[in-house]
Write a protein that binds this ligand. Structure first.
Ligand code: HPA
Ligand code: ZN
Length: 340
């Protein structure tokens, strides 16, 4: 079996995926036309050509502008269904999707419109594709604590419909501690907690995400390697890092894939998972992230199995829900001639 087929055959969970970041230029143009919204690009090709980023902020500016074409429940439904179809082809059995309600409510789209569309897609994905899914609401860290609390009020009637909360957007200058009180309320409401930290921000932000927000997973977290005490803590507590290889290269966290530190982190015993972050902007969905990392870093098939297994173990599903996926993963590994 060639490497890509092997990667696709591994049952995997995707744990770091912004649904707004799966908006492909073709769909952006279709929705812009349908909803009567002007785009700053002349064509699909010109849109793709604009995706040359120098850092996180240069990406976020285009990502938020693109999301403006999403207005109706049906738009969010179609966006998420398109993602689930691609994910199914890549061997994703479970996805925990991030969504950014503040991006939409600021434009007059109601929280319910967003949630209804995404949830409906999640139901259909289970029935039609056999993929299970959950939703994680992300607060935009460049906005204020008060705005995060206001969003939390929108969520309250729908608490049972989301699995947890996260923290995304512009990292540097917006440390996790800014949202300590918001996350404390969220935890008391029984929500799971994750946070982006250590993508562009320093290791201190990862310490804050763990200590002040009590994050159960760290999104990105690659700058942890700069702090040996932090690496030891992450290893000891088996804190999952949701690493996004293609994203990190596109946003110049690492100059090339060959210089990515995920193999080092994995070999230091951290629970590393691979994810696609914003695949429409960064050039590939989950299997493509596995392949790019495997080829550039010479990952063994055993390491690819470990990465897939880590993703299943790091997901927020019950032990009973993940058991059949873990069994299937073991069977795939046992059958592979390269591994045996
Ligand atoms: N980092 C921060 N915010 C984001 C990202 C990311 O990688 N993707 C979408 N919002
Ligand atoms: Zn992200």
């Amino acid at each position: 079996m060639d490497l890509m087929a092997f990667i696709r055959s591994l049952p995997k969970a995707e744990l770091h995926l912004h649904i707004e970041g799966t908006l492909e230029p073709e769909m952006m143009f279709d929705l812009a036309r349908r909803n009567g919204i002007a785009l700053p690009y002349a064509s699909v090709e010109a849109t793709r050509a604009a995706y040359a980023f120098s850092d996180l902020q240069s990406f976020l500016d285009l990502y938020y502008a693109g999301a403006a074409v999403l207005r109706h429940e049906r738009d969010f439904y179609e966006l998420a269904m398109a993602y689930y179809c691609r994910a199914a082809e890549d061997g994703v059995v479970h996805a925990e999707l991030f969504f950014d309600p503040q991006t939409h409510t600021a434009r007059g789209v109601s929280f319910e419109t967003v949630l209804n569309g995404l949830e409906h897609a999640g139901r259909d994905a289970r029935e039609q594709l056999g993929i299970s899914s959950r939703l994680i609401l992300c607060f935009l860290r460049h906005l204020s604590e008060a705005e995060a609390f206001a969003t939390l009020e929108d969520v309250r009637p729908h608490l049972h419909r989301i699995q947890g909360v996260g923290l995304d957007s512009s990292e540097v200058g917006h440390p996790p501690s800014k949202f300590e009180r918001v996350f404390s309320v969220c935890r008391d409401l029984g929500l799971h907690v994750v946070a982006h930290a250590g993508e562009e921000g320093p290791p201190a932000y990862i310490w804050e995400a763990l200590g002040r927000l009590r994050a159960e997973r760290i999104d990105h977290g690659v700058r942890a390697l700069e702090d040996p005490a932090l690496v030891a803590r992450l290893a000891r507590d088996r804190v999952p890092l949701t690493v996004c290889p293609l994203s990190n290269v596109k946003l110049r966290v690492f100059p090339t894939m060959a210089q990515h530190n995920l193999k080092v982190l994995l070999e230091q015993g951290l629970r590393i998972t691979l994810n696609s972050d914003d695949p429409a902007y960064f050039g590939g969905y989950l299997a493509q992230n596995f392949l790019a990392a495997a080829e550039a870093l010479d990952l063994t098939r055993g390491q690819l199995v470990t990465l897939a297994k880590n993703s299943l173990l790091a997901s927020f599903v019950t032990v009973a829900e993940r058991a059949p996926w873990l069994d299937r993963l073991e069977q795939v590994a046992a059958r592979d001639p390269v591994l045996n």
